[in-house]
Ligand binder design. Structure first.
Ligand code: ADP
Ligand code: MG
Length: 244
């Protein structure tokens, strides 16, 4: 097997005396989709934030294609471009069109001619079914469309890995499907992804691997059919009973 795209080694993270991550080990292959499941407070969001260095870790290492990106003092700009993240709250700027929102970061950061960025970003809107909406302002878009714009905004930086933190959790139920279909499409295109999600049906359908977190550790991981139909650990069984 080729070297993993991303390796987490013994990650520890505390906030004060709250040990939130207590030794997380994970290997993610290029093109894999990993779903993190677990109760609120189990450390899923913190883990995602530690992966792209939005939070400094206290111990362990994060290796991106073999390079330790958790080393103190490293320039984090390139790291954050290579690992995109989308949150539950999409936070588009209200006074800018969808297109302008998405163009902002690439224009500022990527060494790319404006016309080239624009063509590339327009193609992204078209690819994800929003070609007709890109000139609209956020308040003219549904929550599902706004979240899809937020995904496109992250993709516009040409990330190699995408992290998604409960990106459907704030949406009305009828809007969840359109956002999940964007993830489905990204998976088909071979994007490497790690998702924290409450959408068990989606995790079961599409994850290559499901990791159940509890108390800052990965209690159990495996293929979705194994985790969902024959969980081995009592804590996994109890969690799944509570949500399924
Ligand atoms: P999850 O995403 O699984 O709900 P989180 O990673 O958000 O879990 O939270 C895990 C624990 O870390 C919680 O006890 C939470 O209060 C704590 N926590 C998360 N972020 C911070 C922070 N920035 N400062 C202090 N405590 C935090
Ligand atoms: Mg969370």
């Amino acid at each position: 097997m080729p070297e993993a795209k991303l390796i987490l080694r013994g990650l520890h993270k505390s906030f004060g005396d709250n040990d939130v991550l207590r030794g997380i080990d994970m290997e993610v292959q290029a093109g894999e989709m990993i779903c993190l499941i677990g109760a609120s407070g189990s450390g899923k969001s913190t883990l995602l934030r530690c992966i792209n260095q939005l939070e400094p870790i206290d111990d362990g290492a994060v290796l991106l294609e073999g390079q330790d990106i958790s080393e103190p003092g490293l320039d984090l700009g390139p790291v954050r471009r290579r690992i995109g993240i989308v949150f539950q709250s999409y936070n588009l700027f209200p006074h800018m069109s969808a297109l302008e929102n998405v163009l902002l970061a690439p224009r500022r950061v990527l060494q790319e001619a404006p016309a080239a960025s624009r063509a590339r970003v327009e193609a992204l809107f078209a690819r994800f079914g929003l070609g007709e909406h890109m000139e609209k302002f956020p308040d003219q878009l549904s929550g599902g469309q706004q979240q899809r714009v937020a995904v496109i905004r992250a993709l516009a930086m040409r990330p190699e890995i995408m992290l998604f933190d409960e990106i459907t959790a704030a949406l009305d139920p009828e809007l969840v499907g359109e956002v999940l279909s964007v993830l489905r499409q990204l998976r088909e295109e071979g994007m490497t992804m790690i998702l924290a999600t409450h959408e068990m049906g989606f995790a079961r359908e599409l994850a290559d691997r499901v990791c159940f977190m509890d108390g800052g550790v990965i209690v159990e991981e495996g293929r979705p059919e194994a985790i969902f139909t024959a969980p081995q650990m009592a804590r996994t069984q109890a969690f799944l009973r509570s949500v399924l």
